[in-house]
Design a binder for this molecule. Structure first.
Ligand code: GLA
Ligand code: ZN
Length: 673
C-alpha cells in the first residue's frame, strides 16, 4: 500500500515548486543554502521538465536531475517529483500534430504554452507512459523522493478537446455507459428537435452548432472529458505504484470553485494517495479569506476528512488577473496557517525563486526579484519557523460543525444554456451560504448528496439543481432520522441526465420539503421583493421567486409583494424527528443569517456569539492533542475565549482564559490534557 503522507517527511511540508532548470547550477547551491535558512522541508521538481529530460525522442538527459536530487538529499530536503506530462516537448507535436487539442469551434491549439493535450490521443498516452516509466525506474529508490506529482492541474487550461479521436473515444464511452444507442436517445431526450441517433457512429462531441445543443449530450461530454483525464492520471499512477511501491502519488487539484470547474473532485479524491490543492486569492472585491476557507474545507472534504496538503499558493501577488495586488504584511502567514487550520499538512508555494523570463515572471515567489533584503523573504523565513513549531499537529483532523452538499455534476448541469434566469448562479449561492456559515463561525464539511449525513446536525443545500432519486431519498432519510436541512431554490429539479423529475417541482425534494412549486418567476435585473416574517419583520430577496404550494410544510415567511405576493417564501417541514427548511428567493447576507439562525436552533447548533467578525476559530484534533487556531483577519485586536489552558505554539507562551489575537495575527493553542 502506498503511504498517505510524503515519505520521510517528519515535519510539515514547507517549500514550493522548484524550477532550477531556469538557472545556472551555481544558483542551485545558493538556493539550497537559502532553503535551509528558511526551514524548507520539501520542494516540487520536474513538473515542466520533459523537454530537458528527453530532448529528442528516446534520448534522455537525467544528469541534471540526478545532481539536483542528490543536492536536495544532502541538504535534508525532500522531493515531490513531477511527471512532466503536462508539457510534451515540441518534437512530439511536430511528429503528432493531431495530439494538439481542438476547441469546440474547431480551432486547433498550437504548441508554445502548456497543457496543450488531447487526452484521447494514443501517441500522447504512449509517450506519457514512457517518460513516467523512465522516471520511476531511475528515481524509485532515490533517498530524496517523498512523493510523485503527476501532471499539473488536470482540467486547466484545456478542459475538453473536441477532435476526431475524442469523438471516437466519446462514442466508446457512451457505448460502455449506456449499452445501446436507444438508451442514449432516451437519456438525452433526442425526440426533441429531431435529434434521434440510430448508431453510435453518428454521435459527435457537442461542437459549435447553430443554437443551443442537446443538454444531455453537453453534460455527458463534461463527464467523458473528466473521466478521460482521470484515465490518464490512473495510467501514470499505476506505473508509479508498480515501479516505486509505497511512494504516494498525487496530482494538484484546484478545488476553489472559481479556479477549475471541469473536474469532479469527488471522483478524483478517491484515486490519489494524498489530496493536494493549489489556491490563489481572487481579487474580485470579496473577502479573500472566506474563499480560501471554503476551498480548504472543500479540499479536506474531497480527502474524506483526512489531512491534505496545500501544494501551491503565493507569497504575494499573482500575475494572471487584471489586477494583482501584493499581499499585505502578515497576510501570507495568515493564509498559510488558515489552510493548515483546515487540514493542510503544510504550506507550499508557486514558486521557490521568481523567474526572470517566461509567462510568470511577475508572479511572486519565496525568493523574490528583490532578493533576500525584502519583506517577502523575511516573512518566508518567519513562516518556516512557525510551521516548524507546529510539527506535532501532523495527522490531526479538522472538526466541522455543519455540512454543505456539493456536486460538480449538478453544477455542470446548472451551467448549461437556457435556464429560467441567467442571474441564478449555483456557485454564487454556494459562496453566499458558505459565507453566512463562516460569519456564524461554523466550520463546514462539504458532502456529496448521496453521502452518509447522519453525523451532521445541520445540512445546507445552497444550489443542487440536479439530484438523483437516491440523493433525494438520502436527504429525506436524514431528516426523518432527526437531521435539519436547509434548501435553497432551484434544487432537486432534474435527474442525472438533466431530465426534469416526473411530477411537480422539486421532484427529488418534494417529500422532504413537504411542498410543490407550481411555477418559477425569476425577477428582472434590479428588481427585488419584500418578504415578511411571523413577527412582522422584513427581509428582501432578488433574482428568483416562485409559486410555492405548501403541502405538509408550514409557511414561515411570505412574499409581501412581487409576482409571488401572498405565496410562501420560506417554509419549514417537520418530518419524522427532524425538519426541512426551504427558501424560494435569493436572500442577502442578512436574510441568510436569519434563516440559518432558525435552522441552527432546530439543529441545536449553538451560535458563537463570543467571536468578532473575521476572527476565524478552527480546531484540529488527534492523538497528539487538540489545537485551536485563532486567525484574526480583522484590523482590530480580538479576544478568543479558550475552553481551557494551553500553550501557544508560535510564541511558546502559556495561554488561558481569553486569548488575545492581535489585528492580522494568528495564534495556535495546544490545549492541555
Ligand atoms: C498554477 C500552476 C503553476 C503556476 C501557478 C501560478 O497553480 O500549477 O504552475 O502557473 O498556477 O500562476
Ligand atoms: Zn481530442
Amino acid at each position: 500500500m502506498p503511504e498517505t503522507t510524503p515519505t520521510g517527511l517528519t515535519r510539515l511540508a514547507f517549500g514550493g515548486d522548484y524550477n532550477p532548470e531556469q538557472w545556472p547550477e551555481t544558483v542551485w547551491h545558493e538556493d539550497v543554502r537559502l532553503m535551509r535558512e528558511a526551514g524548507v522541508t520539501m520542494v516540487s521538481v520536474g513538473i515542466f521538465s520533459w523537454a530537458l529530460l528527453e530532448p529528442s525522442p528516446g534520448k534522455y538527459d537525467f544528469g541534471w536531475l540526478d545532481r539536483l536530487l542528490d543536492l536536495l538529499h544532502e541538504n535534508g530536503i525532500r522531493a515531490d517529483l513531477g511527471t512532466p506530462t503536462v508539457v510534451p516537448p515540441v518534437w512530439f507535436y511536430r511528429e503528432h500534430p493531431e495530439a494538439l487539442p481542438v476547441a469546440a469551434d474547431g480551432t486547433r491549439y498550437e504548441f508554445g504554452s502548456r497543457g496543450a493535450i488531447c487526452h484521447s490521443n494514443t501517441d500522447y498516452r504512449a509517450v506519457a507512459a514512457n517518460i513516467t516509466t523512465k522516471l520511476a525506474e531511475r528515481y524509485a529508490g532515490h533517498p530524496a523522493l517523498a512523493m510523485w506529482h503527476v501532471h499539473n492541474e488536470y482540467g486547466v487550461p484545456v478542459s475538453a478537446c473536441y477532435c476526431d479521436s475524442c469523438a471516437a473515444h466519446f462514442r466508446r464511452w457512451l457505448a460502455a455507459t449506456y449499452g445501446t444507442v436507444d438508451a442514449v436517445n432516451e437519456a438525452w431526450g433526442t425526440a426533441f428537435w429531431g435529434q434521434r441517433y440510430t448508431d453510435f457512429d453518428q454521435i459527435n462531441p457537442p461542437r459549435v452548432a447553430p443554437t443551443v445543443g442537446n443538454p444531455g449530450q453537453a453534460l455527458d461530454y463534461k463527464r467523458f472529458a473528466d473521466a478521460t483525464m482521470r484515465e490518464n492520471f490512473v495510467a501514470e499512477r499505476d506505473i508509479l505504484h508498480h515501479l516505486a511501491p509505497g511512494v504516494p502519488v498525487t496530482t494538484n487539484f484546484m478545488t476553489a470553485l472559481s479556479q477549475c470547474d471541469s473536474v469532479d473532485y469527488w471522483a478524483w479524491g478517491r484515486e490519489v494517495d494524498i489530496v493536494t490543492n493549489d489556491h490563489y486569492l481572487i481579487t474580485d472585491g470579496r473577502r479573500t479569506h472566506v474563499n480560501l476557507a471554503m476551498a480548504a474545507d472543500l479540499t479536506r472534504s474531497v480527502a474524506g476528512g483526512a489531512p491534505w496538503l496545500l501544494l501551491e499558493h503565493s507569497t504575494s501577488g499573482i500575475n494572471w488577473q487584471p489586477h494583482n495586488p501584493a499581499k499585505a504584511p502578515g497576510q501570507m502567514a495568515r493564509n498559510s496557517l488558515a489552510h493548515v487550520a483546515r487540514g493542510s499538512e503544510g504550506a507550499m508555494f508557486f514558486q521557490w525563486r521568481q523567474s526572470r523570463r517566461g509567462a510568470e515572471k511577475f508572479h511572486s515567489a519565496m525568493v523574490p526579484h528583490a532578493g533576500t533584503e525584502s519583506r517577502v523573504w523575511r516573512e518566508v523565513v518567519e513562516l518556516g519557523a512557525s510551521l516548524d513549531s507546529l510539527s506535532t499537529i501532523r495527522g490531526t483532523r479538522t472538526q466541522a460543525d455543519v455540512a454543505v452538499l456539493w456536486d460538480w455534476h449538478s453544477w455542470w448541469a446548472q451551467n448549461l444554456a437556457w435556464r429560467p434566469s441567467e442571474d441564478h448562479d449555483a456557485r454564487e449561492r454556494a459562496d453566499a451560504f458558505y459565507e453566512a456559515l463562516y460569519d456564524r463561525h461554523l466550520t463546514v464539511d462539504f458532502a456529496h448528496p448521496e453521502a452518509d449525513l447522519s453525523a451532521c446536525p445541520l445540512v445546507v443545500v445552497p444550489a443542487l439543481y440536479s439530484m438523483t432519486e437516491a440523493a433525494g431519498n438520502n436527504v429525506r432519510e436524514y431528516v426523518e432520522n432527526g437531521g435539519t436541512l436547509v434548501v435553497s431554490y432551484f434544487s432537486g429539479i432534474v435527474d442525472e441526465h438533466d431530465a426534469v423529475h416526473e411530477g411537480p417541482y422539486p421532484g427529488a425534494l418534494r417529500d422532504v420539503l413537504g411542498l410543490t412549486v407550481e411555477e418559477f418567476s425569476p425577477l428582472l435585473p434590479g428588481e427585488s421583493v419584500r418578504i415578511t416574517g411571523p413577527d412582522g419583520s422584513e427581509l428582501t430577496g432578488d433574482v428568483w421567486t416562485e409559486f410555492v404550494v405548501p403541502r405538509e410544510a408550514e409557511t414561515v415567511w411570505t412574499y409581501a409583494d412581487g409576482p409571488a405576493a401572498g405565496h410562501p417564501a420560506v417554509t419549514r417541514h417537520r418530518l419524522g424527528e427532524g425538519s426541512a427548511w426551504y427558501v424560494s428567493t435569493r436572500l442577502d447576507a442578512q436574510g441568510l443569517d436569519a434563516l440559518l439562525g432558525w435552522a441552527a436552533d432546530d439543529a441545536g447548533v449553538a451560535p458563537r456569539v463570543d467571536l468578532p467578525r473575521d476572527v476565524e476559530v478552527v480546531r484540529r484534533v488527534g492523538e497528539s492533542g487538540t489545537y485551536l487556531f485563532a486567525i484574526n483577519h480583522s484590523s482590530s485586536d480580538a479576544k478568543v475565549p479558550l475552553e481551557g489552558p494551553g500553550t501557544e505554539l508560535l510564541t511558546g507562551e502559556r495561554a488561558a482564559g481569553r486569548l488575545v489575537v492581535g489585528a492580522g495575527a494568528v495564534r495556535v493553542v495546544r490545549l492541555d490534557g
